[in-house]
Design a protein around this ligand. Structure first.
Ligand SMILES: [Zn+2]
Length: 278
């Protein structure tokens, strides 16, 4: 499943291709993905300038200058393929459901074999009031020096395990299980700690490590970026550098003595070191 770093990577790849440009053609090869595709997408979008590409949680937001935003989600298996101008574009495959052609002849394909992804078209000014955007928590990527105290205040209102809180979209948006495990390990905070026991200092460290783990995943995703720019290849994304996730009964790479423990929290696997994470 595309995780937040991969979605961020897609946004970064789309930005130089789409910003300041418009769409010349939108081809829908089926009526729906997880939801019906927007009605007359080509009529709604053709010729209007794209003013920005944003990411919120795992949603890709493409803003147009006439006040509409195309919301994209990659679901379980969605990928975005970007092809530069060519006389020989890739032949559409059976899972290439939506194809955009830009005004400068870039071809952008949404490929989604399992079709859990979706596209929605909504007024830009209305997004913050729409589900799920109205209820999403803090953005996990970025400079958190200013939000640490607000984040801690949110954590203080609850008494759930910090690991479960990190997977709660209303608290922090789009982090995902692997990165929650890794960030807690890096921050030396036990996944079992109750949220209302975290100090401001620990909250700052946690936010910094969340940002670090996501940033390193994005950096490691250079190969994935290529996969998205060129339509071939596979994503083995960041898996090789995981320190905690999926390492049950293997020695902790920090303290070198304790074997990592696997537990289940909120129906999700958690991996941690009982020695260094307190
Ligand atoms: Zn350890």
């Amino acid at each position: 499943m595309p995780e937040l770093p991969e979605v961020e990577t897609v946004c970064r790849a789309l930005r130089p291709v789409l910003e300041g440009r418009s769409l010349a053609k939108v081809q829908c090869n089926r009526p729906d993905l997880r939801y019906p595709l927007p009605t007359d997408m080509e009529g709604e979008l053709k010729g209007h300038i794209i003013t920005g590409i944003r990411r919120r949680a795992k949603y890709i937001l493409i803003d147009f200058n006439h006040g509409l935003t195309l919301i994209g989600h990659l679901g379980m298996s969605g990928r975005v393929l970007i092809e530069p101008p060519s006389l020989f574009y890739m032949k559409p495959g059976p899972h290439d459901h939506v194809i955009f052609m830009t005004s400068h002849q870039y071809k952008i394909t949404l490929r989604d074999p399992r079709r859990f992804g979706f596209l929605l078209l909504k007024p830009t000014h209305h997004l913050e009031n729409l589900h799920p955007f109205c209820s999403l928590g803090f953005e996990p990527l970025g400079d958190h020096s200013l939000v640490a105290s607000r984040f801690q205040a949110v954590l203080k209102t609850r008494a759930v395990s910090i690991k479960s809180a990190l997977l709660n979209q209303a608290i922090i948006a789009g982090l995902g299980n692997i990165y929650a495990c890794e960030a807690l390990w890096q921050a030396k905070i036990s996944p079992l700690r109750l949220t209302n026991t975290l100090t401001l200092e620990e909250t700052k460290v946690l936010l910094k490590e969340i940002d670090d783990v996501l940033t390193r995943a994005i950096d490691a995703g250079g190969s994935t970026l290529r996969d998205h720019v060129q339509p071939n290849g596979n994503t083995g994304y960041f898996q090789h550098s995981l320190k905690a996730y999926n390492r049950a009964n293997q020695p902790c790479v920090r303290c070198k003595v304790t074997l990592l423990t696997k537990i289940i929290q909120s129906s999700r696997a958690t991996y941690y070191c009982r020695e260094c994470q307190q």
